[in-house]
Design a protein around this ligand. Structure first.
Ligand SMILES: Nc1ncnc2c1ncn2[C@@H]1O[C@H](COP(=O)(O)OP(=O)(O)OP(=O)(O)O)[C@@H](O)[C@H]1O
Ligand SMILES: NC(=O)c1ccc[n+]([C@@H]2O[C@H](COP(=O)(O)O)[C@@H](O)[C@H]2O)c1
Ligand SMILES: [Zn+2]
Length: 248
């Protein structure tokens, strides 16, 4: 049987995007390919809307520009700014559903003329291998760090039915992160244990505890962040004086 085709979608603030946000995709793809039962045909980064209102969140315009620059060296990961362009914050289940629906309709319309297809929504976020994919359905899975998985237990943050759909229908690929224990977390949740076969925990052995919070802190203190972010992203941050920097 041919392996199922998968697109990995990561959501988050990306404030700013770090090398680890990009590494997550590489680590996950290697792992899934090694398991041999799915073929990762693309990756999507979906930055959260400004209305999410996280502390120190710079505008979506800046975050999208930085992601765009960060992704210039990636052939298979694309930026989707759909979430940023909605009226307000969108729950992650709906983000996954939107991208899944768009991919389904693209794959079902491959016989239509390109002009007719182009008239629909902006689909520049669709990776090339998906655009020309002819091997059956493509499943959009959520890619996240173990801290996001553990946030499922934060009271009032996630709706139970959303967790059910995200894990049960889409599936989850979780990258380990210091301070989190995703296997224990799944063990302690009846719902996640029910869907264990839909969750891939990927142990990252080349640990890299970079986080956007630490990057913002370093920038604020005029410390170097070289080799932690893409050079083009560092230049952009300085040019626009983001996170307490000034143009040097
Ligand atoms: N070092 C890391 N290891 C594993 N996953 C990570 C790492 N850094 C970020 N992620 C994951 O990337 C996604 C986007 O997260 P987010 O934008 O919150 O990044 P962050 O670095 O955690 O930022 P912040 O410090 O502002 O919370 C989440 O799924 C998060 O778990
Ligand atoms: N109920 C939900 O769908 C829900 C709740 C909390 C965070 N999220 C998403 O998780 C991502 C990361 O959030 P944090 O940066 O707060 O960890 C964001 O993209 C956000 O939209 C979704
Ligand atoms: Zn985070």
């Amino acid at each position: 049987m041919a392996p199922a085709s998968v697109v990995l979608l990561a959501c988050g603030a990306f404030n700013p995007p770090t090398n680890m946000h990009l590494r997550m995709f590489e680590i996950a793809r290697d792992h899934l390919h090694r398991l041999g039962y799915c073929n990762v045909v693309g990756g999507i980064l979906s930055p959260v809307h400004d209305a999410y209102g996280k502390k120190e969140l710079v505008s979506a315009k800046h975050r999208c520009e930085m992601l765009h620059l960060a992704l210039q060296n990636s052939g298979w990961i694309r930026l989707s700014d759909w979430e940023c362009h909605q009226e307000g914050w969108t729950r992650t289940r709906l983000v996954l559903q939107y991208h899944q629906n768009q991919l389904n309709s693209l794959l079902n319309s491959n016989n239509e003329s390109p002009n007719k297809r182009q008239r629909r929504d902006d689909l520049s976020w669709i990776p090339d291998d998906v655009r020309f994919h002819s091997g059956g359905p493509v499943q959009v899975k959520l890619l996240c760090g173990a801290d996001m998985l553990e946030s499922f237990a934060t009271p009032g943050l996630w709706m139970d039915e959303d967790i059910d759909t995200i894990v049960g229908q889409h599936g989850l690929v979780v990258i380990t992160r210091e301070g989190n224990n995703p296997n224990k977390f799944i063990y302690e949740s009846d719902l996640l244990t029910k869907y264990q076969s839909k969750i891939n925990i990927v142990t990252e052995w080349i640990t890299n505890e970079v986080s956007s919070t630490k990057i913002r802190r370093a920038l604020r203190r005029s410390e170097s962040v070289k080799y932690l972010l893409q050079e083009s992203v560092i230049d952009y941050i300085h040019k626009h004086g983001l996170y307490g920097t000034k143009d040097k």
